[in-house]
Design a protein around this ligand. Structure first.
Ligand code: HEM
Length: 471
């Protein structure tokens, strides 16, 4: 362990592990990170024992991967670890809602939003998700009869988009249409998916560029992004204004938020917009890709799949799940946890050190840009025996060690843990329970699946699978 007392006579600290002897950061070409970000991070974590400083173009990053470091950053001293540049850029898309806010502003927003994520919402999520999954099964049935494959990633994205649209606004955004400023009629879902697509490009450019150019600069990406975001805002403000006029409307998340804001709601339209847009973007692609990976893993592990089927048959016996069944489906919960370990949709996070600190014996300096490589943490041999093996039994109740609990970050950790963690788990569980009673999905082992770290970690080029009826 390197302690603060180990200062050299000249007052400087010895070079931290993870840097060459002169303390200079490891230089990494941008093209290497672009070609294999997850592999590069995993190699750095392995070679430098979970701590490395590296430089890309002119920016230096500190990679921190250990259970102790997570405890320090997210539980013991979270005020020392602020959001930083990536979140400022992300705020251009989702605004200063729960993900991109800090301090008192974040606390106020979380206090207002937390009550909406109660048991009543979870019961609604089971109901909505069950009904929409049954619709999807009817489509899969036809595809199965014609001998066609389905694109599972597309199907899970559409399903998750419909679920979040219903949970937030009580609207099916795939059929809902609204009129844009120039009079063209657009499917609402398309505005959101375009805003995600071009928003991701804008954020990525700004994250790596030494010069930050304003959004009004002409160019295809900026133009399309501005147009899609205008569509999103038009739709969201329309919803907010209608609800303000009728006391909040239905018991969906927007209704609950408006009631929680009370008399202040009309003056805080922008705040409400940022909250719901954040919830939409936080909750849709993440859950969809997590479901796609879970179906793939089940198809590749017949023993786990058989145990999953046996649990569905014994707990549900052919009926639709309710919120009361969520805890009883223990093995299905374990499958979800293990899938999120192997393929965490949010594969990494960044933080900016607001003060000097010492984590895991390594000196952190104020202003350091930290990278928390969640995917690499989930594959570290010191925490996970055979990290590459799919083993839902790891998550049997009471079996995780304290270190494993701190090294497992699919939903982050501490006070800022994902607000939608239960929502996402309940949604995934319902999709698996409803569809898993009727069908099994099969993937051609001759077509390797490559994970790409885009906005989330997703299968490159989609995920073609065959649907087979369970006899
Ligand atoms: C499998 C699905 C999901 C995964 C893997 C996931 C993961 C995460 C992670 C890692 C964070 C921390 C981000 C950071 O600090 O940079 C986060 C935050 C958040 N997530 Fe999720 N999420 C999922 C689903 C959802 C859903 C369904 C919702 C809402 C409906 C949601 C809402 C949020 C919110 C509001 C935050 C910010 C919390 C705060 O800072 O107070 N997420 N999520």
């Amino acid at each position: 362990m390197q302690l603060l007392s180990e200062r050299r006579r000249d007052g400087r600290h010895p070079a931290p592990a993870g840097c060459p002897a002169d303390g200079a950061p490891i230089r990494l070409p941008l093209r290497q990170l672009r070609a294999d970000l997850l592999g590069t991070q995993q190699a750095l974590v392995k070679e430098h024992d979970g701590f490395a400083r590296y430089q890309v173009l002119r920016r230096v990053f500190t990679l921190v991967a250990s259970a102790d470091a997570n405890q320090q950053m997210f539980v013991l001293a979270p005020r020392n670890y602020r959001r930083g540049r990536h979140y400022d850029n992300l705020a251009l898309v989702i605004g200063r809602g729960l993900i991109c806010s800090e301090g008192a502003d974040w606390e106020r927003q979380r206090r207002l939003a937390q009550p909406a994520f109660d048991r009543a919402l979870m019961a609604r999520v089971v109901e909505i998700t069950g009904a929409l999954t049954t619709e999807l099964l009817a489509r899969w049935d036809q595809a199965g009869r014609r001998g066609e494959q389905v694109d599972l990633l597309d199907d899970m994205e559409e399903l998750a988009l419909r679920v979040i649209g219903m949970a937030l606004f009580s609207r099916d955004m795939t059929t809902d249409r609204h009129t844009a400023a120039d009079g063209t009629v657009t499917v609402t879902a398309n505005c959101f998916t375009e805003a995600r697509r071009y928003g991701a490009a804008v954020v990525f450019r700004r994250n790596i560029s030494p010069v930050v150019l304003p959004l009004w600069i002409p160019g295809k990406v900026n133009r399309r992004f501005r147009r899609a975001l205008a569509g999103v805002d038009r739709f969201v403000y329309e919803q907010i204004d209608q609800r303000l006029a009728d006391g909040g409307g239905p018991d969906d998340i927007l209704g609950e938020l408006i009631r929680a804001y009370g008399d202040r709601a009309p003056a805080l339209r922008r705040d409400l917009r940022d909250q719901v847009v954040t919830l939409f973007f936080a909750g849709f692609e993440t859950t969809a890709v997590a479901l796609a990976w879970t179906w793939l893993l089940l198809s590749q592990h017949p023993e786990a799949e058989a145990r999953f089927h046996a649990e569905l048959d014994s707990v549900l016996g052919g009926r639709a799940p309710t919120v009361e069944d969520v805890k009883s489906l223990r093995y299905t919960n374990q499958v979800i946890h293990e899938s999120l370990r192997m393929y965490p949709p949010v594969y990494g996070m960044t933080r900016k050190a607001a003060a000097d600190d010492l984590i895991g014996g390594h000196q952190i300096r104020r202003g350091d840009d930290l990278v928390i490589p969640i995917h690499a943490l989930h594959h570290m041999a010191q925490y996970w025996a055979e990290p590459g093996a799919f083993c839902p039994e790891r998550f049997t109740a009471g079996r995780l060690t304290q270190a494993q609990r701190s090294a497992y970050l699919p939903f982050s950790f501490g006070k800022r843990r994902c607000l939608g963690a239960t929502f996402a788990t309940v949604e995934m569980l319902t999709v698996l329970a409803v569809a898993g009673q009727r069908v099994r999905l099969r993937h051609d082992p001759g077509c390797p699946v490559v994970a790409v770290p885009a906005v989330t970690q997703r299968p490159a080029g989609g995920l073609r699978m065959r649907v087979e009826a369970r006899s």
